[in-house]
Design a protein around this ligand. Structure first.
Ligand code: 5GP
Length: 141
């Protein structure tokens, strides 16, 4: 496995070098919307600690990511009227990983609606902003 690359896109988001539609943050994790969502409200949860994927993350950092993923799942179900939630985590190219800072996808799902293909259609920025606000409000409430 390659070493962690501090210039990956999510590391840049963590450092504030590029923007994101943030929905939640605590001392160990950050959650923001995927810009090419597979469904409305598709959120990415990442650790603040540098970890490439499931193969090198510290157990405590992974536990924090999962705690946050659960918070997002509960809030997203309410915010978007979802019938269910899909969690995905990909590790290494063979596992489908494209960005090499560990992330868990939290994807709100509706009965009978298939997910769009991964990383395929860039969502309108206004739509992302509105969805981030809606999810952040559900998290705060
Ligand atoms: P994975 O590594 O799990 O295969 O996929 C990486 C995910 O990151 C994809 O769902 C893709 O849409 C998302 N993504 C790629 N670049 C950016 C970006 O600059 N900002 C955000 N918010 N998401 C991104």
């Amino acid at each position: 496995m390659s070493a962690y690359d501090p210039n990956n896109i999510f590391a840049k988001i963590l450092r504030g070098e590029i923007p994101c539609f943030k929905v939640y943050e605590d001392d160990k994790t950050l959650a923001f919307l995927d810009i090419m969502p597979r469904a409305t409200g598709h959120t990415l949860v990442i650790p603040k600690a540098p970890a490439r994927n499931i193969l090198d993350i510290e157990a405590e950092d992974l536990a924090a990511v999962i705690r946050t993923a659960r918070k997002i799942a509960v809030a997203a179900k309410a915010a978007f009227g979802a019938d269910g939630i899909t969690l995905n985590q990909y590790s290494e190219p063979a596992g489908g990983q494209e960005v090499f800072h560990l992330h868990v996808h939290v994807i709100p799902r509706h009965d009978g609606v298939p997910m769009k293909p991964a990383a395929s259609i860039r969502e309108d920025m206004g739509v992302l902003k509105a969805n981030a606000d809606k999810l952040a409000a559900a998290l705060a409430g």
